[in-house]
Write a protein that binds this ligand. Structure first.
Ligand code: CA
Length: 229
């Protein structure tokens, strides 16, 4: 893989760089947000390792600009010292795909990058999905709800696509986690965070939440459109 490391702590950056190169990957590095964004936009990378606390422009802003302004969907693994739910939610909302809290094991970084890369390589089928007011085109990643375009982070898209593949069926947390995160262990907080973003975004766009929770079991997508009065 060709990996961009955006990290201002030079010791961490050098560690990541040396490790990834020793594992057969190639890497580029930037020590501030502005240079990082410039590289991310002007060159092609398989994955981006992004520190949250950066001079110039922080990781959250960088990620948002990358997704929203530059429309670049290279997978982003965020690195942060702060382990709070708010930060995780913010990171995902700004378009990060995964999250690692410092200090981390280098092997863990590689495992997550590999998993992100594999998913990005297009595991989801290319079948167009349509359920009530919702549609999802896997070829363009375009989601429409109530005749409007919906912008969602990649993991939320995968969760939604899985539920759309069998509307009305209850998907357990395990199944949803397996779809969105594959073999990487994640806490249930992460699934909850993504579900929260997904449902809040859909409600904002379409005026109602098309996902139902079955407590203790999982989630399902309502197969028919809800009447809006
Ligand atoms: Ca930093």
């Amino acid at each position: 893989m060709h990996i961009l490391i955006i990290e201002d702590d030079l010791a961490i950056a050098a560690n990541l760089y040396d490790f990834l190169e020793s594992r057969g990957h190639s890497a580029d590095a930037a020590a501030d947000g502005i240079e990082g964004l410039r590289l991310a936009v002007t060159q092609r990378f398989d994955c981006i390792l992004l520190d949250v606390g950066l001079p110039g422009m922080n990781g959250m802003s960088l990620c948002r600009k990358l997704r929203q302004v530059s429309q670049i969907d290279t997978p982003v693994l965020m690195l942060t010292a702060r382990d709070t739910l708010e930060d995780k939610l913010a990171g995902f909302e700004f378009g990060a795909d995964d999250y690692l809290v410092k200090p981390f094991a280098l092997k863990e970084v590689e495992a997550r990058l590999t998993a992100m890369h594999k998913r990005y390589g297009g595991k989801v089928s290319n079948r167009m999905l349509e359920v009530a007011n919702l549609s999802y085109d896997p070829k363009t990643l375009l989601i429409r709800f109530a005749d409007q375009n919906v912008k969602l982070p990649p993991k939320c898209i995968r969760l939604l696509a899985l539920m759309m593949s069998e509307p009305g069926r209850v998907f357990s947390r395990k199944e949803l986690e397996a779809e969105a995160w594959e073999d990487i262990q994640e806490t249930s907080d992460t699934l909850r965070s993504h579900m929260h973003i997904l449902r809040r975004t859909l409600t904002k766009v379409g005026g109602y939440d098309p996902i139902e929770t079955i407590h203790g079991l999982g989630y399902y997508l309502i197969p028919s459109a809800r009447n809006q009065d």
